[in-house]
Write a protein that binds this ligand. Structure first.
Ligand SMILES: [Zn+2]
Length: 104
């Protein structure tokens, strides 16, 4: 069973991505650019606030989904929102998990 890759199973069944992983990914991929709506650069990644015992870099990111009508499934995403205007950006959970797992 260990040869299942993260591309083969739903994102919610993979180990959660931590806030620290997300921040490293966001900086490495250049996600912290100015907001295309308001021009501010004040992004807030959404962590899972239901995990009260875990804080800081180890806090799990909030895994959300958006419907994909074309394939009648859901697309797993992480969210970051602009603190100035509320613009929300989506980051593919599978892309981030693939990046994390490739780093070892
Ligand atoms: Zn904005």
């Amino acid at each position: 069973m260990s040869d299942i890759t993260y591309d083969d199973r739903p994102a919610h069944e993979s180990p959660p991505v931590s806030y620290g992983d997300f921040i490293t990914f966001a900086h490495e991929k250049g996600l912290y650019r100015d907001c295309p709506i308001c021009g501010a650069n004040d992004w807030h990644p959404q962590v899972n606030t239901g995990e009260k015992q875990v804080h800081g870099d180890e806090a799990p990111m909030f895994l959300s989904t958006i419907p994909d009508a074309r394939i009648e499934k859901y697309f797993a995403v992480y969210l970051m929102n602009c603190r100035n205007c509320g613009n929300v950006r989506f980051v593919s959970a599978k892309v981030l998990m693939r990046w994390r797992d490739a780093r070892g």
